[in-house]
Design a protein around this ligand. Structure first.
Ligand code: SAH
Length: 210
């Protein structure tokens, strides 16, 4: 699996333009196979999204890398993830920032991810069950917020929980079937939005989602 992981980093990430060395390094360290149902572990380093429990999906490695790079994770950052799923994205983030908060609406997924992250020693991640479209106000503000499900528009609650000095929100926005990955940067009251790439995510369900 180590060899498959190295090949994934070179062939799917570096050669397609992922430049951030810390992101490449983190993705070269997290055992993606440990976040998948055992019957799908063989597909861990395939160039595609993989189904997890409850009809959800773990994104293609390239998409995880592109979103993580877009978040511009810094070593002292506190980051919020919406859509814990398997916990894989949270594990990648945990190697890059100081604290990760992750929200998942399906309790069984949150529990599974919490156990997996704990067993693998990712100790700076907190997982909670709840509607992530409303964020985690008790822990705000965040230097970065990453949404791994598709929203009709950037949720207002999440924008309000960004740090006023350069907080970044990375979120797929569009219809239920097709989206653009957006990065919204907050500077005081100003929001600056970049459109990064086309993508397809499962819908963000909830008060400020679908
Ligand atoms: N980041 C995950 C993959 C996420 S799939 C990983 O690394 O494995 C998208 C996840 O978002 C699903 O688990 C889904 O249940 C969750 N989700 C959808 N709407 C949500 C909401 N409002 N709050 C929290 N989680 C939500």
């Amino acid at each position: 699996m180590d060899e498959a992981r190295r090949a994934m980093v070179e062939e799917q990430l570096r050669s397609r333009g992922i430049r951030n060395h810390r992101v490449l390094d983190a993705m070269g360290r997290v055992p993606r196979e440990d976040f998948l149902p055992s019957t799908l572990a063989r597909a861990a380093y395939d160039d595609r999204a993989v189904p997890i429990d409850e009809g959800q999906t773990l994104s293609q490695p390239y998409m995880v890398a592109a979103m993580t790079e877009a978040l511009e994770p810094g070593p002292t950052d506190r980051v919020l993830e919406i859509g814990t799923g398997s916990g894989y994205q949270a594990a990648v983030l945990s190697l890059l920032v100081s604290e990760v908060f992750s929200l998942e609406r399906i309790a069984s997924l949150a529990e599974g991810a919490r156990k997996r992250l704990n067993d693998l020693g990712y100790s700076n991640v907190r997982v909670r069950t709840g509607d992530g479209s409303l964020g985690w106000p008790e822990e705000a503000p965040f230097d970065g917020i990453i949404v791994t499900a598709a929203a009709p528009e950037p949720p207002r609650s999440l924008l309000s929980q960004l740090s006023e000095v350069g907080g970044r929100l990375v979120v797929p926005v569009g219809t239920r079937t097709e989206q653009d990955l957006l990065r919204v940067r907050r500077e005081g009251d100003e929001l600056e939005t970049d459109t990064l790439l086309g993508c397809r995510f499962v819908p963000l369900l909830g008060e400020e989602g679908w």
